[in-house]
Design a binder for this molecule. Structure first.
Ligand code: NAD
Ligand code: UD1
Length: 341
C-alpha cells in the first residue's frame, strides 16, 4: 500500500515512516518544514534502505495538496501536520486554529476529490481533559486546557461530521499519550526548537549540559511519590500503531477512535530515576512548584487498540530512556549541523 504522511518529516511522522516502510508499504511525505528538517527524511531512507517520495508544501493549501495527489496515487493519508506547542498556542491561538483546522479540512476535501476517503488523524490524550483515569475512548470528551488541545477536539468533531455526511469515509482517530524515546539507531528522534516544554527532551538536554538544571514541577500531588503520573510510550511503539491503524482504515468505513498508550503510568521521579540508572549518569535537578495546568494523573486504557487492532506497546520505560539519550548523544544539535548555526 502507499500512504501520504502530512507532516511526515516531524518527530512522530518520521518514526511512522520507518515503521511503514519496514512493514513493506510505500510513503509519500508532504511537509512545509515549519518545525522539522528534510534531513529527518534522508535518515528514514538510511535506516530502511528504502525511498521516500517528498513534497515540500503547505497542507492548508489545496493547490499544494493537488500537486501531490495528482502525481501520487495513495490508499490513505495520515495527518500528522500540525502545530503542537501548548504555551505557543496560548500566545498565538489564531495561528493554531488556522493551521490545525484548515489543514484537516483542505486535506479531506482534496483526498475526497481524488477518490481517497481514508484518513488516520493524530489526536491527543489532551482531549480527555481533567477526568478520572484510565482514559477510555468512550468517555465524553473533556474541557480542554489550551487552544492546542481545542484544535484536536475540534478536528475530531470535523472528521466525525465528515463521516456522518458521507459514510464512505474511513476515519481513525488516534489519541496519543506521551510519546518519548527515539529510533534505536539514534538516527532520528525528537528535535525541539528552543527550550523544550516536555519532560524527556528537557532531561536529555540537561544530561547533555545544554540546560543547567532540570526543574521538576511539584511533588505535592495526590500520587505515591507526589509527582505527576503520565503514560509514556516509546515513539517506535506509537509508530507501529499507525501501521495497524492504516490497515484497519483500509478494511473498514466509519469512524473509530483508539488510545495509543501503554496503559501504565509512571511518575516524574520514576522517569528521572530510570533515566539516571539506565544511562549511568546523574542529572542536576531541583523540585520546584507545580506547573499551572498540569493534571495529576493521566494514563490510557489501552485495551481497545489491543482488542481491535491487535497492537500493544512492547518497549519499556528503560528502552525509552536509553533510546532518548542515545539520540541526544549522537545528535547534540538535532538535525542542525554546526554550519547551520
Ligand atoms: P512535529 O512538530 O515534530 O511534526 C509536525 C510536522 O508537521 C512538522 O514536520 C511540521 O513541519 C509539519 N507541519 C506543520 N504544519 C504544516 C502544514 N500546514 N503543512 C505541512 N506541514 C506542516 O510534531 P510531532 O510530535 O511529530 O506530532 C505529530 C502530530 O501528533 C501533531 O499533529 C501533534 O499535535 C500530534 N501529537 C503529538 C504529541 C507529542 O507529544 N509529540 C502528542 C499528541 C499528539
Ligand atoms: C504536555 C502538555 C499536553 C500535551 C503533552 C504532549 C502542558 C500543560 N501539557 O503534557 O497538552 O498533549 O505535553 O505533548 O503543557 N515536567 C517537569 N519538568 C519539565 C517538564 C515537565 O517536571 O521540565 C513534568 C510535568 O509537570 C508533567 C510531566 O513532567 O508532570 C510530563 O510533562 P510533559 O512532558 O510536558 O507532558 P504533559 O504534562 O503530559
Amino acid at each position: 500500500m502507499r500512504f501520504l504522511l502530512t507532516g511526515g518529516a516531524g518527530c512522530i511522522g518520521s518514526h511512522a515512516g520507518v515503521a511503514l516502510l519496514n512493514a513493506g508499504h510505500e510513503v509519500v511525505v508532504l511537509d512545509n518544514y515549519i518545525n522539522s528538517s528534510p534531513e529527518a527524511l534522508r535518515r528514514v531512507e538510511k535506516i530502511t534502505g528504502k525511498h521516500v517520495t517528498v513534497y515540500e508544501g503547505d497542507c492548508c493549501n489545496e493547490a499544494d495538496l493537488d500537486r501531490v495527489l495528482d502525481n501520487e496515487p495513495v490508499d490513505a493519508a495520515v495527518h500528522f501536520a500540525g502545530l503542537k506547542a501548548v504555551g505557543e498556542s496560548v500566545r498565538i491561538p489564531l495561528d493554531y486554529y488556522r493551521n490545525n483546522l484548515d489543514s484537516t479540512i483542505a486535506l479531506c476535501k482534496r483526498l475526497a476529490a481524488h477518490g481517497i476517503k481514508r484518513i488516520v488523524f493524530s489526536s491527543s490524550a489532551t482531549v480527555y481533559g481533567d477526568q478520572q483515569p484510565p482514559m477510555r475512548e468512550d468517555m465524553p470528551l473533556g474541557v480542554c486546557s489550551c487552544p492546542y488541545a481545542w484544535t484536536k477536539w475540534m478536528n475530531e468533531q470535523i472528521l466525525r461530521d465528515a463521516v456522518v455526511a458521507d459514510p464512505e469515509w474511513s476515519v481513525v482517530l488516534l489519541r496519543y499519550f506521551n510519546p518519548v524515546g527515539a529510533h534505536e539507531s539514534g538516527l532520528i528522534g525528537e528535535d525541539p526548537s528552543g527550550i523544550p516544554n516536555n519532560l524527556m527532551p528537557f532531561i536529555c538536554q540537561t544530561a547533555a549540559g545544554m540546560r543547567e538544571k532540570l526543574f521538576l514541577f511539584g511533588n505535592d500531588y495526590p500520587t505515591p511519590d507526589g509527582t505527576c503520573i503520565r503514560d509514556y510510550i516509546h515513539v517506535m511503539d506509537l509508530a507501529e500503531g499507525h501501521v495497524k491503524a492504516l490497515e484497519y482504515a483500509i478494511e473498514h468505513t466509519g469512524v473509530e477512535t483508539f488510545n495509543l498508550g501503554t496503559g501504565e503510568g509512571y511518575s516524574v521521579y520514576q522517569v528521572v530515576n530510570t533515566f539516571e540508572t539506565v544511562n549511568n549518569l546523574q542529572l542536576n535537578k531541583e523540585t520546584v512548584a507545580r506547573r499551572p495546568g498540569d493534571l495529576p494523573v493521566s494514563y490510557a486504557d489501552a485495551a481497545k487498540a489491543q482488542r481491535v487492532l491487535g497492537w500493544h506497546a512492547r518497549r519499556s520505560l528503560e528502552d525509552m530512556c536509553r533510546d532518548a539519550w542515545h539520540w541526544q548523544k549522537l545528535n547534540p544539535r538535532g538535525y542542525r549541523q554546526e554550519e547551520d548555526l
